[in-house]
Write a protein that binds this ligand. Structure first.
Ligand SMILES: Nc1nc2c(ncn2[C@@H]2O[C@H](COP(=O)(O)OP(=O)(O)O)[C@@H](O)[C@H]2O)c(=O)[nH]1
Ligand SMILES: [Mg+2]
Length: 221
């Protein structure tokens, strides 16, 4: 089975080249979906020899949807451009799909730990919000997921293409999970540590965005 890594990137110039180069040994194709970066990220990606597409400006969810359209591999892996995910964990994500044991494999911070969910008020809020959403999804779909939100994950392309993803926001991760659970497709998790992003700040602004997660949760339950 062939693999495509989709890296969503919005102004991640300081970390992007290293993220691409570290991932190259693990996948057949790399696609960067750029969110109209103004810091030279696009040029960095092109110079690194990977395919680059511009998203429609609506957000990370829209970028993920474009990545699914453009990927040609049998398995699509999603990873941040900020250096918080470990490329050497990619084989752990793709293995259950290779073995036909899963259609979606999430890199779980519940099992692997995170430097981005502890330490200040907003991070703690993200941890609590994410845990509550995950438990509501588990209750609704009789599942035992430990991380509904991590963007580091792998999905069988045929399944990804058959979903009806609507979220333009960061709620795309929970929406993808719920749509897969709804159709009884196979979901599994593997522990993966999330490191603090190497530069800059998260693009998630919870005080401004929290309601998008809630509306999306209600719509997909
Ligand atoms: N193409 C695209 N990428 C985005 C957008 N918003 C965020 N990203 C990228 O998506 C990834 C996840 O965002 P990040 O801010 O790290 O979220 P966090 O890891 O949940 O704190 C990063 O690589 C961002 O650069 C967007 O609107 N378009
Ligand atoms: Mg990140």
């Amino acid at each position: 089975m062939t693999t495509t890594l989709v890296i969503c990137c919005k102004n991640e110039a300081p970390s992007l080249a290293a993220v691409i180069n570290k991932a190259k040994p693990y996948v057949h194709e790399i696609i960067v979906i750029d969110g109209h970066s103004t810091d030279g990220s696009r040029t960095i990606a092109k110079n690194a020899g990977v395919k680059v597409f511009e998203d429609n400006g609506k957000g990370k969810g829209a970028a993920i949807q474009l990545g699914i359209q453009k990927a040609s591999g049998d398995i699509i892996i999603f990873m941040d451009a900020d250096g918080s995910h470990k490329a050497s964990d990619i084989p752990k994500l793709t293995k259950p799909i290779h073995k036909n044991k899963a259609d979606l494999v999430i890199a779980s911070r519940g099992i692997g730990g995170s430097n981005e969910l502890h330490g200040d008020f907003e991070k703690t809020l993200r941890l609590i919000g994410s845990a509550i959403i995950t438990q509501i999804i588990n209750w609704r779909y009789h599942a035992h997921i430990t991380d509904s939100q991590n963007g580091f994950r792998a999905i069988r392309r045929s399944v990804a293409k058959s979903l009806n993803l609507q979220a333009n926001s960061f709620a795309i991760e929970q929406e993808m999970l719920m749509q897969i659970l709804k159709r009884n497709a196979k979901v599994s998790e593997t522990g993966s540590h999330e490191f603090a992003r190497k530069y800059g700040n998260s693009k998630i602004n919870l005080p401004r965005m929290w309601y998008k997660y809630l509306i999306n949760l209600i719509q997909n339950l």
